[in-house]
Design a protein around this ligand. Structure first.
Ligand code: URA
Length: 221
């Protein structure tokens, strides 16, 4: 007897392929960058860190000269200096951050990913690109078996994390240090550690460190 074909399982990849074709504007931008800088990564920046992490840090999207160039989230970006130094201070990373993907830095109980995996022009993803990329974020969070705490960097990250978890974007309040439960996870919201926020004093190193002190507290409770 002929067997009925089985339905294909839903694609549940946590990482887009190197030549992900899903967002035409981002693909065109990638192509421009590849032509100008064939030695850069110029693809979706894979999540970085510990696959058994209890803490996930979710950024916005790779910077053109940062993760888009180096292939590691926040690496080579202005924002990476404060992020990695803070993670080292709070024991979520070991080694030294040297803005290169081969600097040997190791994340400890922590994984960094982005709401949108490809560099967007002007660092601003469109809403349609956030929507298209979100299944990767959902899969990324789902595939962290020990995940307990999520730090969202900025409003785009917070809204995308909530939606990735099947909640409304309004289900958790914004603002630096706001905290809420999203399904099984505790979410701590931080201002993004961008050049703009740090140079204007909107986000100080201490304010940023306090977020990870709180994450540590939640993980030791
Ligand atoms: N680099 C990233 O990878 N993500 C951000 O949100 C900012 C810079």
């Amino acid at each position: 007897m002929r067997r009925m074909p089985r339905p294909e399982p839903a694609v549940s990849s946590a990482e887009p392929p190197r030549d992900c074709p899903l967002c035409p504007r981002l693909v065109a931008y990638r192509q421009v960058n590849r032509e100008a800088h064939p030695d850069w990564w110029n693809g979706p920046a894979p999540s970085f860190g510990d696959p058994t992490a209890r803490l996930a840090v979710v950024g916005l999207a790779p910077g053109r000269m940062g993760a888009n160039r180096t292939g590691r989230p926040f690496t080579g970006d202005f924002a990476g200096v404060l992020l990695f130094e803070t993670l080292i201070k709070q024991g979520f990373a070991q080694g030294s951050y040297e803005a290169r993907p081969d600097d040997g830095l190791k994340l400890v109980d922590c994984l960094i990913t982005n709401a949108v995996r490809c560099a967007p022009p002007g660092n601003k993803p469109e809403t349609s690109e956030e929507n298209t990329c979100r299944p990767f974020l959902t899969a990324r969070l789902d595939q962290l078996p020990n995940l307990k705490v999520i730090v969202t960097l900025g409003d785009v990250s917070r809204r995308n994390v909530l939606k990735a978890l099947g909640l409304k974007a309004s289900a958790g309040v914004g603002g630096h240090g706001s905290e809420f439960q999203a399904g099984p996870y505790r979410v701590i919201n931080s201002y993004h550690c961008s050049r703009l926020n740090t140079n204007t004093g909107r986000l100080t190193p201490q304010m940023f460190e306090d977020i990870f002190i709180r994450a540590r507290e939640l993980l030791t409770d």
